[in-house]
Structures are given as C-alpha cells and as structure tokens.
Design a protein around this ligand. Structure first.
Ligand SMILES: [Zn+2]
Length: 402
C-alpha cells in the first residue's frame, strides 16, 4: 500500500531564503529547458528534443553556473526536467489526437511551487537526525530543516517533495510498503447516496452534512475570482501590486477550500469505515462531474440548443461539491483498503426514482426531498431511498433497514 503525508516545515530565516532560491533556480532550469525545446520546435526542421538529451546536459549546466544550478541536487533537477517532459508528452499526445492543446508554457516564479526528490537519500534525507527528538529533513543546499510532524509516518519513504503554499513551506512524503491495519468486523453493511443538501445519506437514514462554511468559502472564492477577472490581461512587467494581491487571494482561498474538503472527507470516511464491513456507493464518472456539459445542438432547429443541464450543473458551488465527492471516494477507498473493508461501486442510474419496496421506477416517485411510490405508496426520505437502492444494487443484506 502507498500513502502520502504532508507536513509543515519550520525553516530558519536562512533556510527560508535557501528554499526560495532552490525553487527559483529549478524554475529557471524548467524555463530554460522549455526555451530550448521551443526554439528547436520552431526551427524549420521541427526537431524535437528528448528528456535524455536535456538530462545529459545537466552536468554542463551545473558546471557553467555553480552558484545557482550547481548548488542543488542533481536528481531533483532531473525530476524537474522530467516534469517538463511530461508536459510535452501530454501536448504531443493531444496534437496527435487531433485536439488543439496550448503549447507548454513558461512558469512564472509564482506558479512554480514544487521541487521533487525522486528517491529518499539522494539529495535529501527524511528524518536526517534520527537521535534528535525533533524531526528534520535534510535538503542539499538548504540544510536540516525542522518538520512539524503531526502524525507518525508508516511504511518506507520513497519520494520527498518540497512545496510552497503562500508563505508556508511543506514537505510531502510518498511512502510504500505501508502495512494494512484491519479493523474488527462489525457485521454491518450500508449504501450511501451522495447529494447536494447533504454530503451523503446512508441507507440507515443518517445524514452527513456538507463541510461547515463550505458554501461561505465557495462564495468568497467565486467573489475573488470575479475580482481577479476584472483586471485587464497584463504581462509580468506591468503587473501591479493590486493585481498580484488579487491573484494571491484566489490562490489562498483555493487552498482553504481544498484543505477543508480534505479534512471533511477524512472524517466522513473514517466514520463509515469504522461502522461498516461493506459500503456500496454510486459510481461517479469523473468526466461528467467536473466538466460543464457541451451544448447539444437541436437537430430540428439548426442554431438552437437543447437544454443540457448546464444551468443546474453550472456554478462554482456545484463544481466544488462534485470535486468533493471525488476526493471523498478516493480517501474512502484508501481507508477501506487499509482497514480490510469492502467498497462496492454501483451503477447510479435511477437510484433516486426506484421504489426500494416494490421496484417500481417512476420519475413521479420523487418530489424534492420526499419519496412516495406511485405504485405501492411507500413513503420515505428521497436521499435514504437512493442509499437503500445503492445497497440493494450491490446485493447487500441490510437487516437494520425496514
Ligand atoms: Zn413501491
């Protein structure tokens, strides 16, 4: 099993400076390598430069600029070149598929925020001072940086990344060989229905609320994005302080929403995994979730468009909600695997309009939050019916559901 950890760093003033330099120099390496590929691509011969060629030049680059490039870990620089290579591979893949992707872009210092170390012990060392009660991570060119390690690390540290978010610095670890910790069987199972009014509802009828302040933060983010859009397009040279502040505000709110979503998802998943051996959920299609649907041309009336649900799906609130479910299911899968619980994804079609008592399918069965079967008159909460149907579809036996 693989697990990721993220811890806040507590660098000294000097280390903070060095971390900033490390990011700046990796950014200029990235942009320099991009420039080289760009020039080659624009050349009449349309030469494409490969990762191997750029990696082979690293030694020279370091020798040529020992103050800036020679100072940092060779492996982390290779990782940065590989990231560029990935961007290019994605670009050429999409060109091949007949799409019109944007050519990989130069990264401004604001938008380049991560340095990766592909292997612990190579240019970096997690827990570099084992005897010390304070955890530290050693980074080449920076030193032993204090880590605020708020939980124990399990498994073997594979890769280490350093990330800047606003004014904070973080270390992100990816560990493998994480041992499973099975939980004792409870003999209980449930289905869950993910919704808008409630984050999800179980087949037993328990509602889990949406993240607290979720709506408020989403509104604040939408507002900040509107404010940012009001600025005319500017080049880096003419960017004003006001504009930069607006950019920072959006980034900060994004992080806040993301952090809150993660927290909430962890708590909700932990509850489910603690209580149930088997958990059935609707299978989500990520593609449908995140993108706003394309307008459907109306075959009868050229130039007109059919309703496609865009209005109901539009809006930041909605997309944040959707992203939240994706994050939640990912975390749930991780926790279920560790605890030896079974997750069963099912086809979500008609789960909200099928009567769980008699099986009658009718859109009229549902009226907002109220479910009333038009055939057998079974009455229930609509979200609970959805969850119940999900459980039935997964073949779960629910003795505690009447
Ligand atoms: Zn019925």
């Amino acid at each position: 099993m693989i697990r990721a950890y993220k811890f806040l760093l507590r660098p000294t003033v000097r280390q903070r400076q060095a971390l900033g330099d490390m990011l700046r120099d990796h950014c200029s390496l990235y942009n320099g390598a991009l420039q080289e590929r760009r020039d080659a691509y624009r050349h009449a011969s349309k030469t494409s430069i490969k990762y191997g060629q750029q990696s082979a030049q690293l030694k020279e680059v370091r020798a040529f600029d020992p103050e800036r490039q020679g100072r940092w870990s060779f492996s982390s620089q290779q990782a940065t070149l590989r990231r560029l290579d990935k961007a290019f591979q994605a670009f050429f893949r999409r060109v091949k598929a007949g799409q019109k992707p944007g050519y990989p872009r130069f990264r401004g210092a604001m938008w380049f925020d991560t340095v990766e170390f592909p292997k612990d012990g190579d240019g970096c060392r997690w827990d570099s001072t084992g005897h010390d009660p304070v955890t530290r991570v050693r980074l080449q060119g920076v030193g032993h940086v204090r880590v605020h390690q708020h939980r124990p690390v399990k498994g073997r540290v594979k890769t280490v990344s350093i990330k800047r978010e606003g004014r904070q610095w973080y270390v992100v670890l990816a560990c493998d060989e994480v041992a499973a910790e099975p939980l004792p069987a409870t003999g209980a199972a449930c289905g869950i229905d993910m919704g808008v009014t409630h984050f999800f509802t179980t087949s037993q009828g328990a509602h889990v609320e949406n993240p607290r302040h979720g709506k408020r933060n989403a509104d604040a983010l939408a507002e900040a994005q509107r404010a940012l859009k009001a600025f005319p397009r500017r080049t880096r040279e003419t960017r004003t302080t006001k504009h930069r502040r607006a950019v920072e505000k959006v980034a900060k709110l994004h992080r806040k929403v993301r952090r809150q979503r993660l927290d909430h998802a962890h708590k909700a998943a932990l509850c489910l995994v603690g209580d149930y051996d088997q958990i059935a959920h609707e299978r989500l299609s990520i593609a449908n979730m995140v993108r706003t649907p394309k307008p459907k041309p109306d075959p009868e009336m050229p130039g007109a468009f059919l309703a496609n649900g865009a209005a109901s799906k539009a809006g930041l609130n909605r997309s944040i909600l959707d992203a939240g479910w994706g994050v939640f299911l990912g975390i749930l899968a991780q926790k279920a695997e560790s605890a030896a619980r079974v997750l069963i994804p099912v086809d979500p079609r008609n789960t909200s309009r099928t009567c769980p008592e008699c099986g009658h399918v009718d859109a009229q069965n549902r009226d907002g939050e109220k479910f009333q079967c038009t055939s057998c008159h079974h009455i229930d909460h609509a979200d609970r019916v959805g969850a119940w149907n999900v459980a039935l579809r997964a073949g779960l036996v629910l003795p505690d559901v009447a």
